[in-house]
Write a protein that binds this ligand. Structure first.
Ligand code: ADP
Length: 502
């Protein structure tokens, strides 16, 4: 895996910037919405009050107020009763339109709100719409009832609102001559409120949002970068450790494989030497044996007691040496022989081994039992026969003097292999010697007590290891010993048929 670097850092900072930016944008947008909502509410309220007042005035057919300089007679009002005198004082009629204009003038004196009555067909030309109003009035004709928009004003952004004014019954009095009918769009009440009216409240919140988000971004991005730096540091340390470990493993592997090669080479040399030596020793040994026999036969009667005894030692020594050489040859052959593996029946292997041990079995009065049927295994038949022969042979040899030998051969499946056990009721192997006896020439007894060369179990071990297995000895149930070894199970089809059997 790659160590997180500069790009990841930039990516993380970018991610936090995007998150903080998005969140800030969302909050600011909500604030804008809030301002807009406030503007709409305020504009609607103004319009409602004005509309109601207008309606009230229209319902009364207008109201009379003293005619003054500030409130001169309405030149656009065509009404015979426009100007009257009450108690000698001139009064003039205020219709809804005039009322709106007068109230609007008062309202507009305060710059925070601007109110205006407008129509596309005004009686008073001053009520003609500006471009924005005209557009809204066109939309009203198409069914729109009100409109709010933030537009650029002379001194900053302004919320412009306009509400549709429909012709009602009382309006017809003045407007019927223009051809209006009840329900027609007569015009609109237009309200303007500077945006500043609302931002005065919302701007501090805006600033707060920006500050909080900015701070949050700096903190999170900083923390992420610190975390990344730490991560990078430990990653690099880990990488270095891993590289070191890999280097060490590679070095050890090379060393081990060199040592293995060396071991295999010296083993092969040793085996070769053992083979050559034993092979070459056979001939002179045979000569010693043969001539000892010849001397005994021809000159035996001429020799005295000592001479015959010495000759007997000579023959015995030659005989034992022959056994040792045979065993050594057998040992070196196990390593040298081509072991061609095949599926073989352990049953058959055992039968062959028992034939070879026939004399020993008869002589010792032994019983050999086995679980039936013994399985199919994969191995080299001659080697496996020799293995069984060595183990059963030992079971017969290392028997108790008072007990006829009883040997049991069993097999248990363990994953891809079988564990074969040879159990006896003999003298057993002391716990401390259970490893050692598998080494060549290792014996626990004198030749007088039990004859032997100390090679049989070394051969057994070699055979098992050539099959990729293990061999070991345990204490037997009846005080004797159990020699166990593993051997690969036969190819799957054979093995499964075998396992399927009761
Ligand atoms: P050998 O039998 O020629 O001495 P082995 O290599 O076959 O050589 O056996 C090595 C030693 O292991 C034997 O000397 C004996 O002490 C011990 N041993 C082998 N098999 C048995 C057995 N079944 N019961 C008790 N001891 C055994």
């Amino acid at each position: 895996m790659r160590v997180p670097g500069f790009k990841v850092g930039v990516g993380m900072v970018g991610l936090w910037a995007a998150i903080a930016g998005l969140s800030a944008w969302h909050n600011l947008d909500m604030l804008d919405d809030q301002d807009r909502q406030a503007a709409l509410t305020r504009a609607r309220m103004v319009v409602t009050v004005i509309q109601t007042t207008r309606l009230w005035t229209a319902k009364h057919g207008g109201v009379y107020v003293p005619a003054t300089e500030a409130t001169p007679p309405n030149q656009w009002l065509v009404d015979p009763l426009r100007d009257v005198e009450i108690n000698g004082r001139p009064f003039t009629k205020i219709n809804p339109s005039y009322l709106t204009r007068q109230v609007a003038e008062m309202i507009n004196a305060d710059e925070r709100l601007n109110l205006r009555l407008t129509s596309r067909r005004p009686i008073r030309p001053g009520n003609a719409p500006d471009a924005w109003e005209d557009q809204a009035l066109v939309e009203f004709e198409a069914g729109l009832a009100e409109k709010l928009e933030l537009v650029a004003g002379a001194s900053g952004p302004v919320y412009r609102y306009i509400s549709r004014m429909l012709v009602e019954e009382p309006c017809l009095k003045c407007h019927a001559p223009q051809g209006y009918q009840v329900g027609d769009v007569r015009g609109g009440l237009s309200v303007s409120i500077p945006l500043a009216e609302f931002t005065v409240v919302s701007d501090p919140i805006r600033r707060q949002i920006l500050l909080v988000h900015g701070l949050g971004f700096v903190l999170l991005a900083g923390a992420s970068l610190i975390f990344l730096a730490r991560l990078r540091e430990s990653w690099l340390r880990l990488d270095a450790a891993r590289a070191l470990q890999e280097r060490m493993v590679a070095e050890r592997t090379t060393e081990l494989s060199a040592a293995n090669d060396e071991l295999a080479r010296s083993n092969a040399e040793l085996e070769h030497f053992a083979y050559i030596a034993s092979h070459d020793l056979q001939e002179p040994l045979r000569m010693i044996g043969a001539y000892a026999q010849l001397v005994e036969k021809r000159y035996g009667p001429a020799l005295d007691q000592d001479g015959r005894e010495f000759l007997a030692y000579l023959s015995d020594g030659a005989g034992r040496m022959k056994n040792m050489i045979d065993d050594l040859l057998a040992y070196s052959r196990v390593g040298r022989a081509e072991a061609s593996l095949a599926d073989v029946s352990l049953e058959d292997l055992l039968a062959n081994a028992l034939i070879n041990l026939d004399a020993a079995i008869a002589e010792s009065g032994a019983t050999v039992v086995r679980t039936t049927p013994l399985p199919q295994v994969r191995g080299a038949a001659p080697l496996l026969v020799r293995l069984l022969q060595n183990l059963i042979g030992n079971a017969l040899k290392y028997r108790r003097p008072d007990l006829p030998p009883r040997v049991m051969v069993t097999a248990e499946r363990a994953g891809p292999e079988w564990v074969v056990s040879v159990t006896d009721n003999g003298i057993g192997v002391p716990a401390e010697a259970r490893e050692r006896i598998f080494q060549i020439f290792q014996r626990l007894h004198t030749k007088a007590a039990y004859p032997g060369t100390g090679i049989g179990l070394a051969i057994a071990k070699k055979i098992v290891e050539r099959h990729g297995g293990r061999i070991w000895v345990e204490e037997g149930p009846a005080g004797g010993s159990v020699f166990r070894f593993t051997v690969p199970a036969a190819s799957p089809d054979v093995a499964s048929t075998q396992q399927g059997r009761p």
